[in-house]
Design a binder for this molecule. Sequence first.
Ligand SMILES: [Zn+2]
Ligand SMILES: [Zn+2]
Length: 183
Amino acid sequence: MFIKIKDLELRKLEFDETLPPGTIDFGEDLTQTAPLKSSGRAELLRENRGGREIVEDIRIVGGFSTEIETHCARCLEPVDNKVAEEFDLVYRPQGVDKRGDEASINQAETEIGYYQGEGMLLEDVLKEQILLALPVKQVCNAACKGLCPHCGTNLNTGSCHCVNTMADPRWSALEDIRKKLER
Ligand SMILES: [Zn+2]
Ligand SMILES: [Zn+2]
């Protein structure tokens, strides 16, 4: 859904969207596995910057819920995440803050994003919020043993014999010395 400045100039925009998986491209590592539900409203905030300069900000207030599949950082198995958050965001026209007059009023209160041109896509806002809601590094289970770094066996479900012969570089250095001495 495109949120148009022109529409917001007339009235607030209420939204209540259900986006099926695939609507938003989350890249290769993340998969949306349930409908993404989002509702809220978008409105125009007119920032008076002195004189006749008025900046038209878009404020988007709402919430979302969905499920995102990621992968365990240790064993790479899929991990399902239920994510649901509320948000209250302000977007300014791109370029408006680039003149060094950092004296804008709300700077400290809200995290400011930027939009370009006629408006912005609700989908972009949701994508960003979902990415922020997901943990940076995820494990399937705190006790996950991960993959064997040598043969790739998933050590949660199987075992291998690599551990016994695992080479520690310090030991192999000693081993080299021992071999030399034996000659
Ligand atoms: Zn794991
Ligand atoms: Zn192994």
